[in-house]
Design a protein around this ligand. Structure first.
Ligand code: ADP
Ligand code: MG
Length: 329
């Protein structure tokens, strides 16, 4: 059996059984956006890590080193935001070919420093090795109050499902770069903005039941929420807030603009669920404090129902988790 036969998510499931070897308490281990651990202080410790590999996550021909550095840290910060936490300390490990220019590495670090500054992250360690291609691994710590952390598993039947901002823009931006299309709109792909302020406000509001960041496309993320919450969901295609560039890119390459939102990825928006009666106050809270729009795209259903999406003609279809999956061709 090859890893491509089972795909990324089944491989993680397989690797992650039997990992807890001691009796040390683990609040949340493998399976969410970050691990949640006890600390000696009055906040819980969050930990997340992500790896970026040249020609899989970025191409040196389409992204500057500054953008690569920014995005690497942004992806990790987004996983802390998805827990409702605040990022704190980062460890950055890089693998570089021997003939890499030093100013290229300086520029990667400038990108990281800029976003680290913006979100008050301190870099406190890492590792540096030679490698046949550029590889960056970031481990990021964060903190959250014990009463405020949000998991993928908390969704309840009847909850409304919300998305911050708009989606599809990152993968549409990738198409612009890869096909060299004369269309504007690559910012969201190259320098995504993690939703830390929104994640904090949402977690502190006491109204949110489940939360995840959108790194692999809406279809994958809603399926993660439902699988871990033991629920189903109904999504309405026409309600998904699309980024501006998706329409034009979709028209030019002959695709549905919604495909970018559902099956693209790297939008780093937050998807969360809350009770219907707190929906309007949550919307107001976020709009007032950070002017980020929230859009309701559907609701949570009970376990017996699958994750479905109603298309523009009113037909209900199964929404399969078909976002980016490493190893699957
Ligand atoms: P995200 O897209 O939010 O970064 P992933 O899908 O990468 O999340 O990971 C899901 C969960 O699996 C996380 O808890 C992550 O720490 C864990 N995980 C991923 N790869 C491994 C691995 N090789 N060994 C152990 N845990 C892993
Ligand atoms: Mg995540």
């Amino acid at each position: 059996m090859l890893v491509k036969d089972i795909g990324e998510f089944n491989l993680i499931k397989r690797l992650s059984s039997n990992f807890l070897k001691t009796k040390r308490p683990v609040i949340v281990g493998i399976g969410d956006d970050s691990a949640v651990l006890n600390s000696s202080g009055n906040r819980l410790q969050l930990v997340t890590t992500d790896m970026l590999v040249e020609n899989i996550h970025f191409r040196l021909s389409t992204a500057t080193p500054f953008q690569i550095g920014w995005k690497g840290l942004a992806a990790n910060i987004s996983d802390i935001a998805a827990m409702g936490g605040e990022p704190t300390y980062a460890f950055i490990s890089i693998g570089l070919p021997k003939d890499t220019r030093v100013d290229f590495v300086d520029d990667i670090y400038s990108g990281m420093h800029e976003i680290a500054d913006k979100y008050s992250v301190d870099v406190v360690g890492g590792d540096t090795v030679s490698s046949p291609q550029v590889i960056i691994n970031i481990a990021l710590l964060g903190e959250v109050e014990p009463e405020n952390y949000k998991l993928r598993s908390g969704a309840k039947k009847g909850d409304y499902i919300f998305i911050t901002g708009d989606v599809g823009g990152s993968s549409a931006g990738l198409e612009i770069l890869e096909r060299q299309l004369p269309i504007k709109g690559t910012d969201k792909h190259l320098m995504p903005i993690p939703r830390v302020v929104e994640g904090r406000l949402l977690s502190q509001s006491g109204c949110v039941n489940a939360m995840i960041d959108i790194s692999d496309g809406v279809s994958s993320e809603i399926n993660h929420i439902c699988e871990q919450s033991g629920t189903g969901a109904k999504i309405f295609l026409k309600d998904i807030p699309l980024s501006e560039n998706t329409h034009e890119v979709a028209r030019v390459i002959g695709k549905s603009p919604y495909d970018f939102a559902l099956y693209g990825g790297e939008d780093y928006e937050l998807l969360f669920t809350c009770r219907p009666d707190s929906a309007s106050s949550v919307k107001e809270l976020i709009l007032k404090n950070c002017s980020t729009p929230l859009t309701c795209i559907g609701y949570i259903t009970d376990n017996s129902e699958a994750v479905t999406i109603e298309d523009e003609n009113g037909n209900s279809l199964l929404l399969r988790p078909a976002g980016y999956n490493h190893f699957v061709e």
